[in-house]
Design a protein around this ligand. Structure first.
Ligand code: SF4
Length: 419
């Protein structure tokens, strides 16, 4: 059997399988097949999209990919043909179904697919003259807004920044960890809408309400977890952590009562003509001093002490709290505290990392950080960066969403010592 006829045969097999089972798996192979009439890149892009949404035909109907007219028409024709195939009776005989598929998709055929040569596919293997290599050029300068998390990514690994912000071909499909973080943030946002002044006499009501907020928020993010078991385990972990969070609120009321002024507060700052944006998880006012506290919830790994976090700021490895500080200061607030609340571990008490401005973290450190933000954003906006080098620190690669695509990542410790 020639390669072309093998293509046709597996295309027909997949079409039969899809007709019989309506499963997405053969459908995704169909759209990527050379027999689909859809170009390879477009088929692969739609397959990637449908693997996430599970609705290939709808995605094509809604033209979810911006395509040139001829590409779009080919995709729409492919979807139309599939729908025609779907109208075939479920009890159709195999032979009848196969013949219809050959006819509907206009596959080169003499009724026996195994002998089909699909002449139009032969050109796929024709050799072409090599094109002269393109001259290397830098990635176009970044023209949109900046954020502290983008600079954190760039500081951690320039290549990671490139994959995340400049190279749409490599997709971050998200992870259970990011779904957990988003759900927990949403739960606390709702919770503090009802409890802006947490007080110990409301302890029972707070415990009940936070349980409901976590349940509801995780339902919203259910699709971010691959299995029902993982979802259940993560909800339980979040519920335990949320109760510890209430323990901390109750204790905090005695030590340093506060009022929540805002949740998911937009932070905007113009640094040397370049716009920076972000969202502050929570903005508090200390009821005794009137100072403003910027609070960031952390559901992943973070620094374990204020001095460790300050060192990261000093080394230009973290810009988040300095950015929030300058954004709120520019908005007229007198920011006295920058706070990270670790919410990763359900087994230990919540112990926030508090940076007192002017004491734990000096203003000149915050100014250094702002100056570096300006330098880095100028670098990224310049369009002059010709190489986005991978990090030398292999620990950064452990949970990197782009690790599969990244051919030049450093070997892990285990690999280095094993070789
Ligand atoms: S795998 Fe490692 S080197 Fe590659 S982008 Fe991710 S962090 Fe950077």
């Amino acid at each position: 059997m020639t390669q072309a006829s093998a293509h046709v045969r597996s295309f027909v097999d997949d079409a039969v399988s899809w007709h019989r089972t309506a499963s997405e798996e053969p459908l995704l192979r169909l759209v990527r097949s050379a027999c689909s009439g859809v170009s390879h890149d477009v088929g692969a892009a739609y397959a990637t999209l449908a693997a996430r949404t599970g609705a290939l035909l709808d995605a094509i109907d809604r033209s979810q990919l911006a395509l040139p007219l001829d590409e779009r028409e080919r995709a729409v024709r492919f979807a139309r043909r599939l729908r025609r195939l779907r109208t075939m009776p479920a009890e159709s005989e195999d032979a009848e179904l196969r013949a219809s598929i050959v006819e509907i998709f206009e596959l080169a055929s003499d009724d026996r697919i195994a002998q089909s040569e699909a002449p139009e596919l032969a050109s796929e293997f024709e050799l072409a003259e090599p094109l002269p290599p393109e001259e290397a050029a830098g990635v176009p300068g970044w023209r949109r807004h900046f954020s502290a998390s983008a600079l954190n990514a760039y500081a951690e690994c320039a290549r990671k920044w490139f994959y995340r912000y400049a190279c749409p071909a490599i997709e971050d499909r998200g992870s259970a960890a990011s779904a957990y973080g988003s759900a927990f943030h949403l739960a606390l946002e709702d919770f503090h809408g009802e409890f802006p002044r947490p007080a110990s006499e409301q302890s029972t009501a707070m415990r009940r309400r936070i349980r409901e907020c976590v349940t509801w928020a995780f339902e919203r993010y259910r699709d971010g977890f691959e299995t029902a078991v993982e979802f259940d385990l993560q909800v339980r972990r979040a519920q335990r952590t949320a109760q510890r969070y209430v323990d901390w609120l109750v204790a905090q009321e005695k030590d340093a009562p506060f009022e929540v002024l805002g949740r998911e507060v937009a932070a905007e700052l113009n640094l040397d003509g370049r716009p920076f944006v972000g969202y502050i998880d929570r903005l508090d006012r200390d009821e005794r001093t009137g100072g403003i506290g910027v609070v960031d919830y952390k559901t992943g790994s973070i620094a374990t002490s204020a001095s460790e976090y300050c060192q990261k700021v000093h080394d230009f490895r973290d810009f988040q709290l300095p950015f929030y500080y300058w954004a709120r200061t520019a908005a007229g607030d007198s920011v006295s505290r920058l706070v990270l609340i670790p919410l990763k571990d359900a087994l230990i008490d919540v112990q926030p990392i508090v940076l007192h401005v002017g004491k734990t973290i000096r203003i000149d450190e915050l100014e250094r950080s702002r100056a570096r933000m300006i330098e880095l954003s100028a670098e990224l906006a310049s369009g002059a960066i010709r190489r986005f080098d991978p990090t030398a620190d292999s620990s950064a690669c452990a949970y990197c969403a782009y690790a599969t695509a990244c051919a030049r990542k450093p070997p892990s410790e285990a690999q280095r010592f094993g070789s």
